[in-house]
Ligand binder design. Structure first.
Ligand SMILES: NC(=O)C1=CN([C@@H]2O[C@H](COP(=O)(O)OP(=O)(O)OC[C@H]3O[C@@H](n4cnc5c(N)ncnc54)[C@H](OP(=O)(O)O)[C@@H]3O)[C@@H](O)[C@H]2O)C=CC1
Ligand SMILES: CC(=O)N[C@@H](CCC(=O)OP(=O)(O)O)C(=O)O
Length: 348
């Protein structure tokens, strides 16, 4: 298969879902990627993706195909990269099938199928075993992972773990060893996906904690930070975005200047993380690829406020950011406007 670096052919599974549709939108406007196949589940019939999401003005050639394994041999010849925005179980089945059909594919998996490195923690959190792959799957918290560009599969982090880890990771050396960070986060209903259920029905949702003490993102955040955390998600009555309020104790000699310095050090070259002078609102980040972070310190009591769009920095935009890193492109390509090339040249 010949692959032009300027036009890397991609398939998006789960394109009829919320994060899949965002992925297609982002890839479609990206100078280096080209969406050549989009799939829904096997239910239903083929239809233009534009019919499902008129607001995105998808081009007419993007026809949503119900996925069937008969399509596999042709697909793996046609594309270089596959994005999976599928339920965890569906990714678990599909990843080994795709790699068996073409070991040169690169798969960015938005589900939780490969995020946890500990098999027992995975089985406990998801209720099924993780498939064994020939190579380890890197956990792709984009600002903190280094991709070599030869990994067959990259696990895209969950939405809550993304916002929690981006806020806490730079500060870990400053936290008291006895401190267990407490993360309270509120998500909009798109976090639960497009399929309606009673608990996510707009008329039913007000503001409520869920998964208290049991949410599968608790071990994911703990893995990312390498320390235990208390995490409580809440569902709020707005469409998209997450605001997280995080509490931790610092060491005795830590100042707010130390906190801000640690953030500056970590995120100087991170165009998608914005350090804020006030707590970020959902409206500041909804429909953007940013993670906004604010810190307050009283004595040793640290309070962090952080926000992302769950479907973008928490899913599709982070996946595109990882694909950029994988193919040695600027992290924010296709996500933020780039200055025009000086001499009328083109992006490589
Ligand atoms: N929503 C969010 O904020 C975030 C979601 N994620 C993860 O991304 C993934 C997708 O989530 P989301 O966009 O919310 O989900 P949606 O429920 O909105 O969409 C799911 C998609 O998967 C398709 N699908 C379902 N079952 C199968 C199957 N067996 N084979 C092939 N396709 C299938 C659906 O097709 P059809 O339309 O035909 O049913 C649909 O396109 C999940 O793993 C989720 O955990 C990660 C971070 C944030
Ligand atoms: C509001 C809501 O329901 N949110 C989802 C999280 C979505 C996400 O990022 O998580 P995964 O990719 O791990 O599924 C939940 O709590 O299950």
């Amino acid at each position: 298969m010949v692959v032009s670096n300027a036009n890397i052919a991609c398939a998006v599974f789960g394109a009829s879902g919320y994060s899949g549709a965002e992925l297609v939108r982002l890839l479609n406007q990206h100078p280096n990627f080209n969406v050549s196949a989009v799939f829904s589940s096997s239910a239903g019939s083929a239809k233009p993706l534009a019919e499902l999401y008129p607001q995105y003005q998808f081009p007419g050639h993007l026809i949503l195909q119900p996925w069937h394994s008969d399509l596999l041999p042709q697909l793996v010849q046609q594309v270089r990269v596959v994005f999976l925005a599928l339920p965890h179980e569906a990714s678990t089945e599909l990843v080994p099938e795709l790699l068996a059909a073409n070991s040169e594919l690169t798969i960015f998996d938005l589900s939780g199928a490969f995020r946890l490195q500990d098999e027992t923690a995975h089985a406990q959190a998801y209720g099924f075993d993780q498939p064994k792959l020939a190579q380890p799957v890197p956990y792709g918290l984009a600002e903190w992972c280094q991709l070599q560009g030869n990994e067959p599969v990259v696990a895209v982090p969950g939405c809550y773990p993304t916002v929690a880890a981006l806020a806490l990771k730079p500060l870990l050396p400053l936290l008291s060893e006895q401190s267990t960070p407490i993360i309270n986060a509120v998500s909009g209903v798109s976090g639960a996906g497009r399929k309606a259920s009673l608990t996510t029905h707009f008329c039913e949702v007000s503001l409520q904690a869920y998964g208290v003490g049991t949410h599968r993102h608790t071990p994911e955040i703990a893995q990312s930070l390498q320390r235990p955390v208390v995490f409580t998600p809440h569902l709020g009555n707005f469409p998209r975005g997450i605001v997280a309020t995080i509490y931790a104790q610092t060491n005795a000699d830590v100042s707010l200047a130390d906190i801000n310095h640690a953030y500056q050090q970590a995120y100087t070259d991170a165009p998608l993380v914005r350090l804020r002078n006030q707590p970020p609102a959902i409206n500041d980040v909804a429909n953007t690829p940013f993670c906004d972070i604010y810190a307050h310190l009283s004595g040793t009591q640290l309070i962090l406020c952080a926000a992302i769009d769950n479907l973008l920095k928490g899913a599709a935009a982070q996946a595109v950011q990882l694909a950029n890193l994988y193919f040695a492109k600027p992290a924010s390509r296709g996500l933020l406007p780039e200055p025009a090339p000086a001499s009328g040249g083109q992006h490589e």
